[in-house]
Each structure stands twice: as C-alpha cells, then as structure tokens.
Design a protein around this ligand. Structure first.
Ligand code: GLN
Length: 554
C-alpha cells in the first residue's frame, strides 16, 4: 500500500515548500523507497505553458512533454529521475476532465457536483501516479486559507478516510516572521495557519518553521500548546540562502536529517526503512559548493523584466541550477551576471564589457525584445574566442549571426522576428504552421538526436553520459534532450552553413532538424535546440554545461 506525505504551506507563498518537498522526497529515496512526487497547482490553467514566466517562474518541461510549474524541476533535480506530466494536477485539468466525461455521458443520469465528483477525480489522478510506489509526496500549491486549494484539501481528507490515517502524514511548512520594530520571532501567523488547516479537517503531524533564524524553545512550546503538535515534530528550517548562510538549497536535506525528520516521518507512517541513507556523495558535493577551488564569471545575456521593484530571476532557474551542478563537479564557484541584451542595442560598444567574463550564455526566449543585442553578444563571443553556450533561442540566434556574418546573408533572420526576411535561416516547424491554440502545442518533451562522432558535443556526451546512462540512452551517439519551441534551423540552409564552417554536430534521426551546433576552431562554441538544463542534477550535471564550465576554466 502506498503511503502519502502531504505538504501544505502556511502564512505566505514562496515559503519554500517545493524545495522542502523535494528534500523530503530525497530523504525517503535514500531509505530505499520507491518515491514519487505530485504537485497540485490550484489555478484554472490546464498547465503552466500559458503562464507568464516573469511572473510565475520558469515553465518546466518533462520528458513526456508536460509544461509544468518549476517545482517539478526541484523534485527531478533532488531525486535525479524523470517525472511524468501526470505528476502535476491543476484545477483546470480536473474540471476539464469532468466536463468532458459529463458530455460523453459517463455520468448519465447523475447530477455532477463538487462532492463527490471533484475529489474523486483528484484521487483517481493521484492513484494513477501511485501505482507501484512506496511513498508519494503531494505538494499542494498556494497557502492554506486560499479558496482555491479547498477542493484539494477536501480530497486529501477523503483519501485519508479511504486508506486510514496511519498511511497519510501532513506537513505544514510555515513562516515565522521577525518584524523589525520588535525584533522578536512571532508564532501567531503559524497558529492561525494551523487553525485554517483544521477548518478543513486536517491536523498537521509536523510543522516546519521557515524563518530568518532557528526557532527557540519558547516558541516551540507555544506552538506545541496552540497547535497540539508535539514539540519534537516542530522543526526549524532557518534560511539557507542569503547573508551569513551556506547559500545553497542543497544543504536542506542534510539539515533535515540532523533534525531526524526522516525517521520521525517513517515512525508516523509505521514504515521500516529499507536501507540506511547514504549521503556521502551529496555531502561531498555540498562541501565543494562551500569551499570551491576557483571562480569563473559567466554572463547570461537575456531578456529580463521587472515585476514592480523586484526582478524575477526564477524565470531561468533551471539554467542557474544546471550551471551550479556543473560548477560543483568542476570544483569552481560560478559568479553569474544577468545582462539585459537591450543594453547592447542602446550602445553597441557596451558589448565590450563581455571581455570581462569567462563565458557567455544566451538562454531560451521568445519574441523580438533585445534580439539584436543577443546577436551582438554571440558575435562577440565567436570573434573573441570566449566560451559560448546557446540554449534553444541561443542556438537559433547563433545560426542567424553566423549566416549574417560568415555566410554573407546579411539580412538573415528567424521568421519568428522577421516573417519576410529574404534568408529565413530559422523558420517555423512545418507541423507548427497551422496550430492556433496555445498550451501544449509547441514541440515539447524529449526527442532523440544523433551526434556526430568526434565532434565536441559527441565527446561530451560520450564521456559524461556513459557513466550516467538512463534507460533511453542506447548508444553513445544517440541522446535525448527536452524541447520547447516552434522554430528550427531551416533545412534549406544546412549546406551553406556547413560550407562556411559551422558544424551541425547533432541532428534528429531523420536528419531534418538541427539539434546541436558547434564551431571547431573555438575554445568552446556550442549551442543546442534543446534544453539540457532540464536533465541536470547535483550529482549528474548535464554534459553541455559541464563542457561549458570546463571551457570557461581554460
Ligand atoms: N522562440 C523560439 C522558438 O519558439 C525559441 C524557444 C525557446 O528558446 N524555448 O522556437
């Protein structure tokens, strides 16, 4: 029988539920259990594909083509395994499925109502993911007290009634503010969050208290009394990122182990661990984060938007994390600077500042804002032998730059930006041409690429992936990476690009789509149509990122 761990958030959003859930999942995996994690997003969108990334954070793409909240990325990075799009449930999906079933006549004669149909649909989705799993963690998005997550809390309670309360544990991740005018940690908001949870029939088994500082005994006792949770199950989770901290989220499972949370959860669920956790590799990696040998500086040239007074760096979280993973495995600290490419458009000579960096990245992107600035940056990297990594849009614009400046096609462009360019070196995928609906309609998920033997990309994958095979990796020259795009290198221009020295180092199995490019006489100039950042984890960095960091070190 599958056991469940339900994680809910209290007091504020952005309290760190995702990373906490991912850490607990890893702690369970370390104890030999088959673990899976579900993210519930209470919004009406059917997936995250149509959400604004600058507001909501990055869209995570799964192997099976799901466009999902970035928390799934945390789960995959911490568990080191691929999850399915079924691991995400949104309100939109639930209602869409119910309405489709109703129209099909599946409920003929019945009145379709919130109770029982909505919780039943939620539970059936959870059960599908649970097949063959020892432990499933379910993170409920939003904050207790939101109208939107009531149906999901109701469904959890209903699941509990079905399977018995010894098989389901509730964890409340909450926030303990320290208002600056009193400089005292306050527990009242958490007390109220517990009260709100109880209004939904749920008594938390554990309270994880996020905050600037550790919880002291006085506040622990206060919470024990007001929430009726034993003080041993009230756990401190002080900030791990920011001044005076380790500055890495990867210490969280190690910190939670010190609090014996893993053992306490197993006791609550009446489970015996299948093996002792072995954190040696993880600890080693964390040590390398804390005491790196060298420092490299990388410029990420993209389009950045502010939300009010704040910049949402979450929109490139996977690229950041993949860079960190590669930096850790090379024992370096990576200083990342975000540069708005529009800056180079205003003053062309400002691109010279890129000389101060060991490497340049142009990440994925959509639309025309700052495109010429990105192209200047790529040209600068190519001409000045500065390591360059292009991701998706970063490949497309590298091809545009190469076509313009090396192939004599001076007005070459992508038809995404200039639909009437005389040289459409990047053009819409034929299968995308007639799609008008949004959400789940791009080229999405894992696709194969055949790598050119002896190419730099081929060598990188051979050296890294061979030690880290996943089940899809049949042959050293066939790799699978995840995609999310509508445009591609126009097959009509493969020849001219190659004749002028661009190496197409990875193509789709039918040879039609360019998946990887590189320049041979360059320190490191590699780009991919895919997003290898989605398959990177702390103990298994993505090959291209590893190669890029090594290139920066040279
Ligand atoms: N805008 C480009 C396309 O749709 C690139 C997308 C991306 O970088 N993910 O093809």
């Amino acid at each position: 029988m599958t056991k469940y761990i339900i994680v809910v958030g209290g007091v504020i959003s952005g309290v760190g539920k995702g990373v906490t859930t991912a850490s607990i999942a890893r702690m369970m995996q370390e104890r030999g259990f088959e673990v899976d994690v579900i993210k519930i997003d209470p919004y009406i969108n059917c997936d995250a594909g149509t959400l604004r990334p600058t507001e909501h954070g990055e869209v995570w793409v799964t192997d099976d083509g799901g466009e999902i909240d970035q928390d799934l990325g945390n789960y995959e990075r911490f568990l080191g395994k691929s999850l399915s799009k079924l691991n995400n449930i949104t309100t939109g999906q639930v209602y869409r499925a119910l309405i489709e079933k109703e129209r099909r006549g599946d409920f003929l004669g019945e009145t379709v109502q919130f109770i029982p149909h909505v919780p039943n649909e939620i539970k059936s989705r959870i059960k599908k993911v649970s097949e063959g799993k020892d432990i499933v963690l379910i993170e409920i998005g939003g904050t207790v007290g939101d109208y939107e997550n009531i149906p999901f809390l109701f469904a959890m309670k209903s699941l509990e009634n079905e399977i018995g309360s010894e098989n389901i544990a509730y964890i409340l991740v909450t926030y303990m503010p320290i208002p600056s005018h009193i400089e005292e940690m306050k527990s009242k908001p958490t007390q109220l969050a517990v009260k709100l949870l109880r209004e939904n029939g749920i008594q938390p088994d554990f309270i994880l208290c996020r905050g600037k500082k550790r919880l002291d005994e006085i506040r622990k006792n206060k919470l024990e009394l007001s929430a009726n949770v034993k003080s041993e199950n009230i756990i401190s989770m002080p900030d791990v990122v920011g001044p005076g901290t380790a500055n890495t989220i990867y210490v969280i499972p190690l910190d939670l182990e010190k609090e014996q949370l893993g053992e306490k959860i197993l006791k609550r669920l009446k489970l015996e661990k299948k093996k002792e956790p072995d954190w040696r590799d993880w600890e080693e990696a964390v040590k390398r984060i804390l005491v790196p040998e060298r420092v490299i500086r990388v410029a990420m040239v993209g389009k950045y938007l502010d939300i009010g007074d704040y910049q949402l760096t979450d929109s490139y979280i996977s690229v950041n994390e993949a860079l960190k993973h590669a930096a850790v495995s090379n024992n370096v600290k990576l200083e990342l600077e975000w540069i708005d490419s529009k800056e180079f458009e205003k003053d062309k000579s400002s691109v010279e500042k890129l000389k101060m960096f060991n490497g340049i990245i142009v990440p994925g992107g959509f639309g025309g804002s700052g495109v010429e600035g990105k192209i200047y940056a790529i040209k600068f990297a190519r001409e000045n032998n500065i390591p360059y990594l292009g991701l998706c849009f970063g490949l497309q614009l590298a091809v545009v730059e190469f076509a313009r400046n090396k192939c004599g096609l001076s007005s070459a462009h992508t038809t995404e930006i200039n639909p009437v360019t005389p040289y459409p070196v990047i053009d819409i995928l034929p299968e995308q041409r007639n799609i008008n609906s949004k959400g789940g309609t791009m080229r999405l998920g894992a696709y194969a690429a055949i790598l050119k033997p002896e190419s730099r990309v081929g060598n990188l994958y051979c050296s890294v992936e061979l030690n880290n095979c996943d089940k899809k990796f049949h042959n050293p020259l066939e790799v699978y990476e995840r995609h999310r795009h509508r445009y591609e290198v126009n097959p009509g221009y493969h020849k001219v690009l190659q004749e002028n020295g661009l190496v197409l180092s990875g193509l789709s199995p039918d040879g039609r789509l360019v998946e990887f490019i590189e320049l041979p006489d360059h320190k490191f100039f590699v780009a991919t149509q895919s997003h290898p950042e989605f398959k990177s984890s702390l103990l298994k960095p993505a090959p291209l990122f590893d190669g890029f960091v090594k290139g920066c070190l040279n």
